[in-house]
Design a protein around this ligand. Structure first.
Ligand SMILES: [Zn+2]
Length: 523
């Protein structure tokens, strides 16, 4: 890892399905963090991609009359890459587990573990859930109901599991339990938030089994390098994307520059990332990730979103009406990152109107309109600063620092709440200072100019601070404010230093009024 390196990943998404707002939420959070770090001078790198192997993909492809690669290509091009555009993700790389760079170097990794004695041949019998692509313990199963009565079913999928008996290759994961526990103890930040850390620690304390890492009953996967009759277990394959994308096995310089990463994951896949993955890396003699952060679930109508329960919402259902900025703002602001959070159209609509349109958008429009009207669009230099003006400057500095500190702990919602203190304070400042009244007399001209100068500066600080979250609206505002250079090049950690442009230009409403919201009904 080079100084200031910030390598952040999303889970790679399983191409079996189409994206819903939960996937978009993960992408946006990682993107906001990457943009923030990039604008703080870090060597930031955002990786996302797709997970394309495994029995479930094979079965879906067959059911659709295509090869699994054709199926994956179709989903990548029609669903997953478009998702990134829908919510305006500025990713640096997109890895597919069918990329040659991944397959070849995943094999190198596996061969290395084999050579080092971490892999052995064994017999495995157990219940396998194809939906989870995972062998299930007895405690993961429940009694089936309805058409599956009398059969054990996966607690997550409510579908029957398959009893499999295979000769498999096993990874000696049990040997790493003590080192994993020491890692969690010595580096409390390794797994966050705290509830996730506790869950992982108690899981490992109950003892670790070895992990079956190959399958021989189907062939859609990466071939085990020393035994072509086996393919690599899909999770073992998928986790390796985080290093194969960063140059592992082929570009040591690049790998040293990027690794280790911060992994953003849903809490349902926490164990793979916080137990199996660091154990794999320990076995290979590679540094463990910097952090594994498990975010919560999006609840719709109080339930975890799920396609089968018809609560799945496509991101475009929201962005078509509200735009990608509002999508990004809403999910980052309304939900404490790391906790479960409820989505509702009413809440989205209310926050759009009160926070984005009235709070921020209206502030921007008013300030620019007043500079145009009272100063012919030329940003006044301003004169003697009074206590009210100094208070705004102090808040600019304070919220810049506070937001940056919150981002360090991945508390994106708190960072936004800090920034919003400046939105509210600037609105209050304008109400109290009444520039429209100051504009009525030449005797108060100097004061008018100081107030507008202070407001423009404050607005500039907000523009920079909000640019990682709402990049489209802030770019328009930056242009209207006469900011120098590209907004994405402005330092977010020094947002308060911006001294103001020289001229402003007219600004269309950043968050136009939405007359009626047609709540999509799907079924
Ligand atoms: Zn399952």
């Amino acid at each position: 890892m080079s100084a200031g390196s910030f390598y952040i990943t999303t889970p790679i998404f399983y191409v079996n399905d189409v994206p819903h707002i939960g996937h978009a939420y993960t992408e946006v959070a990682a993107d906001v963090l990457a943009r923030w770090h990039r604008q703080s001078g870090d060597d930031a790198w955002l990786l996302t991609g797709t997970d394309e192997h495994g029995q479930k993909i094979l079965r879906t492809a067959i059911a659709n009359g295509v090869t699994p690669k054709e199926w994956a290509d179709r989903l990548v091009e029609t669903a997953w890459k478009p998702l990134l555009e829908t919510v305006n993700i500025n990713n640096d790389d997109f890895i597919r587990t069918t990329d040659e760079r991944h397959e070849v170097n995943a094999q190198k990794f596996l061969q290395h573990l084999h050579d080092e004695g971490h892999i052995y041949t064994g017999e495995y019998e157990g219940y396998y859930c194809v939906g989870c692509e995972e062998y299930k313990q007895a405690t993961d199963l429940v009694d089936g109901t309805g058409e599956y009565v009398g059969q054990p079913v996966c607690a997550i999928h409510s579908k029957p599991v398959e009893l499999l008996h295979e000769k498999n290759y096993f990874f000696k994961m049990s040997a790493f339990a003590d080192r994993l526990l020491a890692l969690y103890e010595e580096n409390p930040n390794f797994v966050q938030p705290e509830a996730a850390r506790n869950e992982v620690m108690s899981f490992v304390k109950r003892g670790l089994s070895d992990l079956s890492i190959s399958r021989s009953s189907f062939d859609w996967g990466i071939k085990v390098p020393w035994d072509q009759s086996h393919v690599v277990y899909v999770w073992f394959d998928a986790l390796l994307n985080y290093i194969t994308a960063a140059g592992y096995g082929q570009n040591d310089e690049e790998f040293a520059r990027r690794w280790p990463a911060t992994h953003i994951v849903g809490k349902d896949i926490l164990r793979f990332h916080a137990v199996i993955w660091p154990a794999m890396l320990m076995a290979a003699g590679i540094e463990v990730p910097k952090q594994v952060f498990g975010h919560g679930w999006l609840l719709v109508g109080g339930e975890k979103m799920s396609k089968s329960k018809l609560t799945g919402i496509a991101p475009s259902q929201i962005t078509d009406t509200f735009g990608s900025d509002a999508f990004r703002y809403y999910f980052m602001r309304a939900i404490s990152f790391g906790q479960d959070g409820s989505f509702s159209w009413e809440d989205l609509s209310a926050r759009y109107q009160s926070e984005l349109a009235n709070g921020f958008g209206n502030l921007a429009s008013r300030v620019i309109a007043m500079v145009v009207r009272y100063c012919d669009g030329i940003v006044p230099v301003g004169g003697e600063l009074l206590a009210a003006d100094l208070a705004i400057a102090a808040t600019e500095k304070r919220v810049t620092d506070a937001a940056g500190a919150f981002i360090e702990t991945l508390a994106i919602h708190d960072a936004l709440a800090s920034v919003w203190e400046l939105v509210d304070e600037l609105n209050g400042y304008i109400t109290l200072q009444e520039p429209w009244a100051l504009a009525k007399s030449s005797e108060t001209r100097a004061r008018l100019e100081t107030v507008l100068h202070t407001a423009v500066r404050g607005l500039g600080t907000l523009t920079v601070l909000l640019s990682p979250v709402i990049p489209i609206a802030t770019a328009k505002l930056w242009t209207a404010l006469g900011g120098d250079g590209a907004l994405a090049d402005q330092r977010v950690d020094r947002a308060w230093e911006w001294a103001g442009g020289t001229v402003v230009s007219p600004l269309e409403p950043l968050f136009p009024r939405i007359e009626s919201i047609v709540e999509p009904t799907d079924g």
